[in-house]
Write a protein that binds this ligand. Sequence first.
Ligand SMILES: [Ca+2]
Length: 491
Amino acid sequence: MSQNAGLSRRKFLQQLGAAACAASIPAALRGQTAPASKSRRPNIVFLFTDQQRYDALSAAGNPALHTPAMDAIARRGVRFTQSFCATPQCSASRGAILTGRWPHSTGVITNIDAIGSKPLDPAIPSAGKVFSAAGYDTAYFGKWHLGGSPSAHGFQTVNEAKGGEDKLVADCAIEYVRRGPQQPFVMFASFINPHDIYGFQKIQKQIELGKRTIALPESRREDLRAKPEPQRIYRDEDQGAAVKGFGDAEWRRYLEVYYHLAERADAEIGRILEALRDNGLDQNTIIVFTSDHGDLGGAHGLPFKGPCMYRELVEVPLAICWPGVIAGEQTCPVPVSNVDLLPTLCDLSGVPIPDGVAGMSLRPMLEGRKPERWREFMVCEYHSKQRWANPIRMLQAGRWKYVRYRRFGEELYDLENDPCEINNLAADLPASGPVRETRDRLAAMLDKWMEQTGDNFAQLEPTTRDGSPLGTLAPAPAPAPKKAGKKRRAT
Ligand SMILES: [Ca+2]
């Protein structure tokens, strides 16, 4: 990413552990989010976009675009600066948001139409059922992408706005707000953009170009030679073909289109915020803004989203506000996941968190407190796109990011010295020494997490791009030692 993004990330990494968000919330607003009584439970408005990278909003300090509505939500509450999706694929990430479970626990491990897919099981408690059972009026507008209909998952008022029109999604939400829903209510509005970046070739001819200050990703010229092979296949034979031969001018146009599309989503979100205010529903209402996953946007020379776990893909915007209860103007650098959103909303509104939820409530951070216990690391999953399976797991702990592919090796990045994730330290792993010990320590943490959460990653197999079995083309990565830190010869 840009130099600024790299520096701010380095600064964050230095601050991690100090829970830097904790100290800055005014004392008058601390500790006021006691579980709501039944008579005064908050409404919830959940606004999310599709494919919006963590820094694709002006509140994140990006001068390339202007997103006043998203910024307003951040300004009125807490903006999380390290917010991960559970997986950078649409359906599976949405399943994680709605259930608070990891994709391997929901069974929705990839997109509904991709290899290994299955629809979200209505028997799994998800937001619609959880809040309707608690007496909430429930509504879902816009893209669903989880198989079946939101109405089978507890949402009482539904319009999926098929055809992908964000304006129609906002129109449905505004109509719902104007009608004066029974309170408390929970309303999801799910927008398509900036996902239309897939049509950037056409859209760039329709918009005015050359008016934005674009920072191109520092990693855009890397050759991927030290990276797992599926990344090169994605670039050379898959969706990367759309950007073949791209230089800086072409990437700049791509990003101009991308930011234009994020602004279009922002305009629709702005209309919903205005309707909430005009109808007196903006005060006792929690508003969440996030996205399902990011977009590579030229990082590592790649477009869109593919079989990799780079920051541009796995980190998303996240802001939560509740005027009068959560103090505004806050940022929180503690790494969080979108599996945390359902338990957070349950916790804030006094609704029981369903059994089986893996996420943790963000309430301490929203109250400006350091959480008493929090994860030591963050995990993301990946399974497949279209017919092409590439099971991947990512584990990030402090300054280190470790990524394991099935059959295609590993990645290890020192985010403090290499915030753009260019130098893969696992490509030529030494037999001993601090890098080897770090890799073994993170590998052991991932093994333990998979065992504890029932993740069947080791049983999943990659395929060719057309879905055929690979056979025994490449060895599995070296197993982690049983005891973290114990040295082991490279294999
Ligand atoms: Ca998506």
